[in-house]
Design a binder for this molecule. Sequence first.
Ligand SMILES: *[C@@H]1O[C@H](CO)[C@@H](O)[C@H](O)[C@H]1NC(C)=O
Ligand SMILES: *[C@@H]1O[C@H](CO)[C@@H](O)[C@H](O)[C@H]1NC(C)=O
Length: 332
Amino acid sequence: MTEFCLIYLSYCRVMAALFVCFMSAISLLFVEGSPILNPNNETTPLVIWHGMGEDLRFKCSCLLLPGDSCCNPLSMGAIKKMIEEQIPGIYVLSLMIGKNVIEDTENGFFMEVNEQVAMVCEKLAQDPKLQGGYNAMGFSQGAQFLRAVAQRCPNPPMKTLISVGGQHQGVYGFPRCPGETSKICDYIREALNTGAYNDWIQKHLVQAEYWHDPLNDDLYKKHSLFLADINQERGVNETYKKNLQMLEKFVMVKFLQDSVVDPVDTEWFGFLKTGQAKETETLQESVLYKEDRLGLAAMDKAGKLVFLKTEGDHLQFTREWFVDNLIPFLRS
Ligand SMILES: *[C@@H]1O[C@H](CO)[C@@H](O)[C@H](O)[C@H]1NC(C)=O
Ligand SMILES: *[C@@H]1O[C@H](CO)[C@@H](O)[C@H](O)[C@H]1NC(C)=O
């Protein structure tokens, strides 16, 4: 509201009609605050899963201001607040893996992903507010983790999955660390270079679990604990295929100037062609799609896949962009 008033007020100053402006701003406040927008008070709950280290980045307040081109760092708190403002009455569950923010952040780097997914499944199954179904929004690695939740845990049902800068075909490179955790990133880079498919590293380093090396396809398929499993690389698990197709919509957001995710095609489920590390292929060109091993081709034909793109680096978007492009998927 304040931001709206600010725009409105500066406009009004120009018009030299401050009083009129003030009055109309007030009347708008009442329209927006009234139950007209949401007559039955029926909103679909939302589950959010943040990316790596994201919750350490509590600095951003600019997301709450209009016209700003930031927001990296962004905080899940700001996102949650913005959604609650846009959709009055919505229940938003921002997942924390562990007992506190520190544990949650560490687990984003070091806790086996399959274990994290199982923990989340249990949490969702036990939350009485989610039993009628929920929407899900994952940021960065949180996006592929939530897809695993959809594939493995159909109860309660996930309705729409929004992937914001997710890496659905993994990454091959770790060019820049988000946030201010550069020491951890140096360690991760070294570990990935030494042996991403070493079984011990797979179990203890989250980023290794979605490391996708196109030059070592056999190693990837055989040893990738998480990504190769949910992407049906070792065989087709019909349950995964059936569960994923129960989504009403699967929305994937790609950041056009992303300097953190390599290759950026992975945000739309594309990747490097196998056997080399230069040329990329789209989801539609991939074997996964052509053989429809995961149901994505069927979902595409049914109009369930939505590909969105936005200018900006990893997870950088304006409030306006978020409200115009993502909020509509969350209104029921
Ligand atoms: C609307 O739903 C929210 C969340 O379930 C609840 O807390 C609130 O009391 C409800 N409001 C009305 C007017 O029913
Ligand atoms: C397929 O996925 C389901 C759900 O996670 C799991 O229970 C089952 O064991 C998997 N089947 C195979 C063959 O991996």
